[in-house]
Design a protein around this ligand. Structure first.
Ligand code: COA
Length: 380
């Protein structure tokens, strides 16, 4: 290829590869719309079931549609015994994201519509995954703690039931609300790495579960979803001291950040490929974190949060992304750090599957080109 005629955009940065009607990320205005609705408004006025429905159907559900959807979701919450047996066969040394990846694959292999990629079958599969995944995540965390599984409860909404299955205690309303907000904020974000992965797999006319399984693999990495887990490792490295005041914690966090940046470290939970002036989702998630800090009485965590954020802002003007407030929020709720990215999976299943359906509806095999820079042709 003539060097004049192409330009390599590493990481596809700035490359527009297709249209989407699912979400709009606008870095200039720091805004994010799901099907036209600002995500902040959805987080404030709708629960996660409504948001999931919106992503798939393009419109918020009527009361009747919501009731039907909720009934189906509640009917699909129980962990299938054969999937439970597969999870039990995995070592607890395996990362919970490996368990999620395996679970998505098993759910695909077992699905009665496995080889049917019609719009109706894909919608059914998406809703089935959505209903089944909280039990996978909750069960895996419990087995790692040596705790017995907790059966789902039909009288609780998606988020309350998720927390119930994870901890075996009825969660406080404020905690359910904060968790629900996190699910809404994590649900969809246009052509991020895992969603693009799902679309690439779908573009070969492979099935929905294969695409979701691949997307889970992409989300695992610390440059993507794994960042929420990595944020907590940073907090742990600095040291969480419950007896400490907000100011003391902030001072130690600032010193840690200054040292990390002096050593040219990349600090997870900061920066974004698209947003350069702040992540549109952070203020809403930070408000939820603030409520959890007040609920659990843990001001020292806010000190660590503020100290890192301020030091990063002063040194490099790089802003936090959604994973930064989400990590400590999940920690306060009692989730194990390794479970944070699986929580992201449970939410993002909605966005991934909406994109898979959009890709099927207007498919073209995704197959870019590369420029060869190996040895010239030679003989053995
Ligand atoms: N910590 C420290 N420096 C960072 C940084 C971070 N989290 N994010 C970006 N930078 C710096 C880079 O070192 C680079 O500096 P340089 O020009 O002096 O070399 C500059 O900002 C550009 O970074 P780059 O990685 O090229 O930008 P990108 O658009 O490719 O990266 C991310 C976007 C998300 C991959 C990047 O910000 C990152 O790795 N963040 C941490 C992981 C994370 O939180 N991921 C979740 C995203 S939602």
């Amino acid at each position: 290829m003539d060097t004049e005629t192409f330009e390599i955009r590493k990481g596809l940065a700035g490359v527009v590869v297709d249209y989407t009607a699912i979400s709009k990320v606008n870095p200039d205005t720091n805004s994010l719309l799901y099907r036209g609705y600002p995500v902040q408004e959805l987080a404030a006025k709708c629960n996660f079931e409504e948001v999931a429905y919106l992503l798939w159907h393009g419109e918020l559900p009527t009361q009747k549609e919501l009731e039907q959807f909720r009934a189906a979701e509640r009917a699909g919450r129980t962990l299938n015994p054969s999937l439970k047996a597969v999870i039990d066969a995995l070592p607890t040394t395996a990362h919970p994201m490996d368990v999620c990846r395996t679970a998505a694959s098993v759910l695909g292999a077992r699905h009665p519509l496995a080889e049917d990629s019609s719009p109706e079958a894909n919608l059914t599969k998406a809703k089935d995954l959505f209903a089944a995944f909280p039990a996978v995540v909750a069960y895996d965390q419990r087995r790692r703690r040596g705790q017995a599984a907790v059966e789902p409860r039909d009288d609780l909404g998606y988020s309350a039931n998720f927390l119930w299955m994870a901890f075996g205690e009825e969660p406080a309303d404020e905690v359910v609300a904060a968790f629900d907000v996190s699910m809404t904020l994590y649900a969809e974000h246009s052509f991020n790495a895992s969603t693009f992965t799902a679309r690439v797999v779908t573009s070969t006319l492979s099935d929905l579960h294969s695409a979701v399984t691949a997307a889970i693999g992409a989300l695992k990495g610390p440059l993507h979803g794994g960042a929420n887990e990595a944020v907590m490792h940073t907090f742990d490295e600095i040291g969480i001291r419950s007896e400490e005041s907000l100011e003391e914690a902030a001072t130690r966090a600032r010193a840690w950040m200054e040292d990390a940046l002096a050593h040219k470290k990349k600090v997870m939970g900061f920066g974004h490929r698209v947003y350069k002036h702040g992540d549109s989702r952070v203020p809403t998630m930070k408000a939820a974190l603030d409520k959890m800090i007040a609920h659990y009485g843990r001001p020292e965590l806010l000190g660590l949060y503020n100290g890192l954020e301020q030091a990063m802002d002063e040194a490099k003007a790089i802003k936090p992304n959604l994973d930064y407030p989400a990590g400590p929020t999940y920690h306060l709720m009692g989730f194990d750090t390794q479970t944070f990215t699986p929580l992201f999976v449970a939410s993002r299943i909605t966005g991934w599957t909406a994109h898979i359906m959009e890709q099927v509806a207007s498919n073209s095999l995704i197959r870019p080109l590369s420029e060869y820079n190996g040895p010239e042709q030679r003989s053995i």
